[in-house]
Design a protein around this ligand. Structure first.
Ligand code: DCP
Length: 698
C-alpha cells in the first residue's frame, strides 16, 4: 500500500436538506422559506430530522424539537413525515433518492448508492477517456461555478481556489492526477446540474482520489456546492481536521484512537508508528490506519444502485418504551409487515431475494443502554407473521431476566428489523427450482410441462437517533457501536421450523449413510420423495404445489408423489445445478435434498482428488461430513435446534402471542414431532397441511 498508487477520480454526491427538499417539491410555494421536517407531533412539536438552510441561518438545528424551532423562528414551516402502521413512512423520500440515482447512472459512471440521499461515483474511466489532449486553456472557469479547491483558496479574489488550480495546471510540473481531478470537477458540475434539472433537487459533492477524501470534502462547502480535495492538500488539511468526522472513524475505533491514543485530528494519528498501531489493533487494521491517516483509502466504489439491506427501526423513548412481550411482539409484527411489503416490491422490481433477517434491539439496561443484533435465515416467502415470530423468538431468548439477571429491567427502547444478503432471484431459484419443477411436472403433471414459474439506513446515526424512525438501507446496522454496547455480537441462528427441516436433512443423510454402510435395503426411494417435501423446504414444497392438482386430497397428493420418484427415474448431472464445482454456493447446497447434496459433495471430492478430502470435516454433534466452509453454518443449525427445543419445552406463557399467530400452531406441532413420526405415512395429512400453511393457503 502506498500514497501514490491510487489515482482514481471519486465523488460523493449528497443531497442538501433532503427531506425538506422532497417536501418543498410538493409545496413549491414554500420554497425559500425556513422549514424543517419533523417526526411525530406528540411531544413538543415532534423531533426535527431535516432543516433547510434558510432555517439553519435563523438558528434552527436538528437537535431541536418543532416547538423550539418555532420559538427561534415563528415562520418556520414544519412538515411532518407521513405515518403508517404507527411509524414513519419514508416511501416518498426513498423514491426521491432513486430518481437522483437514475440521473447519476445516465452519465455512464460507476454508482454506489450509499444511503437514502447520497452516492459515491467512480469517474476514472470516463475521465481517462477525456484526458488526452487536455490543456488548461480548454477549461472554462464558468464550467466550475460552484467548485472549491481545498488548499488553493487565497484571501483576495480567488476564495474558491479555481483560478489558482487552473494556473497550476498550466505549469509543466503538473501531473495527470491534477488534471483528472479538474475534469472530475467539471463532470460533477454537469451531473449536479442534471440532477437539478430532472428532479428539482439541489446537492453538494466532494471530489478526490478516494471515498474517504471525497466524503470528507463534500461536507466542506454546502449547500449546492462542490469541493475538490487534491491529494497534495491533504496533509495540511488533516492537521486540524477532527478524526471523529472521518468515515469509518466515528465508532469504536475512533473512540479508542481518541481516548487511548489521545488523537484528536487525523494528523495526530500520523505521529504513531505503524507497528504501535498494529500492536494496539491488529496487523491489518494497524496498517490500514497508518495509511488512512495519510489520506490513502483503497475502498472501491462498487456498482450498486440498490440498497444492501431493506429494513426499518423504531425508537420507543420514555413512556413509550416496550416493557412486555405483548408490546414487543406487536411492534415486531408492525416492523416485519413493513419490511415484508418492501421486500415483495423489491423482488418484483429488482428480481432479487434476501436471505438474512437481522433483528436489532436496544435495551435500557440497568446502568446504561446496551444493544445487540441477531441474524436468522430468511425464507423467500417473506411471510410477515413468520418473520415476526422468528424475531420474537430471538428477542425472547435474549431477555436478560431469563439469563439470570432478574434485576435488570427488560425495557426495549429501539427495535430494528432488516433483511439483507440479496441473491439474484433467477440465479437462486431458476437453477434449482426449475430443475425440480421441470423434472416433477414432466412426470406428475405432463399437461403442465410447459409452465415454468419464475420466480436497496440511510443516516448512519439512524438507529439511535432520538427522534427518527428510519428505514435501514446499507448502513442501518453498521453504526451499532454509536452507543456503548455490552452485548454486540451477531449470531446467525435459525429458531424456526426451517431449522427442523435442515437438521432433519442432516440426520437423514447420516441415517442413510448408516443404512448404506450396513447394507440394509431401505425404501429410500419413496421416503426420499416424501421427505423431500418437508426437508428441502422452499424449493421442493413449491415444486410439489405446482405439480399436484388442487382438487386432490392431501393423502392423494402425497400418495401420488410417493409412487413416483422423479429423482430416481431421471438421471442428471451435478453440473446442471452447479456448473462450476469450484464455486458451489453453500446456501444453495444446504437446500438440496440429501441424495443430490451428497452427489454434489462427492463430485467436489472426486474433482479435487486426495486434496479434496482435507476439505471435509465431521460435525461432533451429528457426525455428518461437511465442507470446511460449511461447518460453521452447520454448527449454527445445532444452536438453533437447541433453541427450538427450548422453545418447544417452554410453557405457553412465553409464547402466548405466538399461539395467536396464524400458522404458528402448525409450526410448533411439526417441530415437536419426532423425526421418525414425520416419516410415518399416517401423518401425511398433517404434513401436507404444513406445506400449505407454508404458502399461506391453510
Ligand atoms: N435523517 C433522519 N434522521 C437523522 C438524520 C437524517 O431521518 N438523524 C434523514 C433526513 C435527512 C436525510 O436523512 O434529510 C439525509 O440526512 P443528512 O444528514 O444528509 O441531512 P440533510 O440532507 O437533511 O442535510 P444536509 O444538507 O446537511 O446533508
Amino acid at each position: 500500500m502506498n500514497a501514490e498508487g491510487d489515482r482514481r477520480v471519486i465523488a460523493l454526491i449528497d443531497m442538501d436538506c433532503f427531506y425538506v427538499q422532497v417536501e418543498e417539491r410538493e409545496n413549491p410555494n414554500n420554497k425559500g422559506k425556513p422549514a424543517c421536517v419533523v417526526q411525530y407531533r406528540k411531544w413538543k412539536g415532534g423531533g426535527i430530522i431535516s432543516v433547510n438552510y434558510e432555517a439553519r441561518a435563523l438558528g434552527v438545528t436538528r437537535q431541536m424539537r418543532g416547538d423550539e424551532a418555532r420559538e427561534k423562528c415563528p415562520d418556520c414551516i414544519l412538515y411532518r413525515v407521513p405515518e403508517r402502521r404507527g411509524k414513519a413512512d419514508l416511501t416518498k423520500y426513498r423514491d426521491g433518492g432513486k430518481e437522483v440515482i437514475d440521473v447519476m447512472c445516465s452519465f455512464g459512471v460507476c454508482v454506489e448508492r450509499a444511503s437514502i440521499d447520497e452516492a459515491y461515483i467512480d469517474m476514472t474511466m470516463v475521465i481517462e477517456q477525456t484526458l488526452p489532449g487536455c490543456t488548461a486553456t480548454a477549461i472554462n472557469v464558468e464550467e466550475l461555478p460552484n467548485t472549491h479547491f481545498v488548499g488553493w483558496e487565497n484571501e483576495t479574489d480567488d476564495v474558491k481556489g479555481v483560478h489558482g488550480w487552473l494556473k497550476a495546471l498550466s505549469k509543466e510540473d503538473c501531473n495527470d492526477n491534477d488534471w483528472k481531478l479538474m475534469l472530475g470537477a467539471v463532470l460533477v458540475e454537469k451531473i449536479r446540474a442534471a440532477i437539478y434539472e430532472k428532479t428539482g433537487f439541489r446537492c453538494s459533492a466532494g471530489i478526490a482520489n478516494n471515498k474517504m477524501l471525497a466524503k470528507l470534502a463534500c461536507g466542506i462547502n454546502k449547500p449546492n456546492k462542490q469541493t475538490v480535495l487534491p491529494f497534495t492538500s491533504v496533509q495540511d488539511f488533516f492537521t486540524t481536521f477532527p478524526l471523529k468526522k472521518v468515515r469509518n472513524l466515528g465508532g469504536k475505533l475512533g473512540l479508542t484512537l481518541r481516548e487511548e491514543l489521545l488523537c484528536t485530528t487525523m494528523a495526530d494519528i500520523t505521529h504513531i508508528p505503524e507497528k504501535i498501531l498494529q500492536e494496539r489493533f491488529d496487523t491489518k487494521t494497524g496498517t490500514w490506519l497508518y495509511w488512512y491517516a495519510r489520506g490513502v483509502d483503497h475502498d472501491p466504489v462498487s456498482s450498486r444502485r440498490l440498497p444492501k439491506s431493506i429494513g426499518c427501526n423504531k425508537n420507543f423513548t420514555g413512556l413509550a418504551a416496550l416493557d412486555s412481550e405483548e408490546k414487543i411482539s406487536h411492534w415486531l409484527e408492525e416492523l416485519c409487515a413493513e419490511v415484508s411489503e418492501r421486500l415483495e416490491k423489491d423482488r418484483e422490481t429488482n428480481c432479487r431475494l434476501a436471505k438474512l433477517l437481522t433483528v436489532t434491539v436496544r435495551l435500557e439496561g440497568d446502568i446504561r443502554p446496551y444493544s445487540y443484533t441477531r441474524s436468522i435465515p430468511l425464507h423467500s416467502s417473506y411471510d410477515k407473521i413468520r418473520m415476526a415470530k422468528s424475531c420474537l423468538a430471538v428477542v425472547m431468548k435474549e431477555n436478560p431476566c431469563k439469563q439470570g439477571n432478574a434485576k435488570i429491567p427488560w425495557v426495549v427502547t429501539c427495535l430494528g428489523v432488516s433483511a439483507s444478503k440479496f441473491v439474484d432471484q433467477l440465479e437462486s431459484s431458476s437453477r434449482i427450482d426449475h430443475f425440480f419443477a421441470a423434472k416433477q411436472s414432466t412426470i406428475l403433471n405432463p399437461e403442465k410441462e410447459k409452465r415454468v414459474e419464475e420466480e436497496p439506513l440511510h443516516r448512519k446515526d439512524g438507529l439511535y437517533d432520538l427522534h427518527a424512525d428510519q428505514e435501514d438501507e446499507e448502513f442501518g446496522m453498521e453504526e451499532i457501536d454509536k452507543i456503548p454496547t455490552e452485548t454486540n455480537a451477531v449470531n446467525i441462528i435459525e429458531p424456526e421450523y426451517h431449522m427442523a427441516q435442515i437438521s432433519a436433512l442432516s440426520n437423514e443423510i447420516f441415517q442413510e449413510n448408516k443404512e448404506k454402510a450396513s447394507g440394509a435395503s431401505s425404501p429410500c426411494l419413496n421416503r426420499e420423495n416424501n421427505d423431500s417435501v418437508k426437508k428441502t423446504g422452499f424449493f421442493a414444497s413449491r415444486s410439489l404445489k405446482k405439480c399436484v392438482p388442487i382438487h386432490h386430497s392431501s393423502e392423494e397428493s402425497i400418495a401420488q408423489s410417493s409412487q413416483v420418484n422423479p429423482f430416481n427415474q431421471t438421471t442428471f448431472s451435478v453440473e446442471e445445478i452447479f456448473p462450476d464445482l469450484n464455486q458451489v454456493d453453500m446456501e444453495t447446497l444446504a437446500l438440496l435434498p440429501p441424495h443430490l447434496r451428497r452427489q454434489v459433495l462427492q463430485a467436489i471430492q472426486s474433482k479435487q482428488g486426495n486434496e479434496g478430502t482435507a476439505k471435509f470435516v465431521v460435525c461432533d454433534k451429528c457426525k455428518e461430513e461437511f465442507l470446511k466452509e460449511e461447518i460453521e453454518e452447520h454448527n449454527d443449525f445445532h444452536v438453533a435446534a437447541e433453541l427450538q427445543r427450548e422453545f418447544s419445552l417452554q410453557p405457553s406463557t412465553s409464547s402466548s402471542s405466538f399461539n395467536n399467530l396464524e400458522g404458528a400452531k402448525v409450526v410448533k406441532k411439526s417441530s415437536k414431532r419426532p423425526l421418525k413420526n414425520q416419516k410415518n405415512a399416517t401423518k401425511d395429512t398433517k404434513r401436507s397441511r404444513t406445506i400449505e400453511s407454508f404458502f399461506g393457503n391453510s
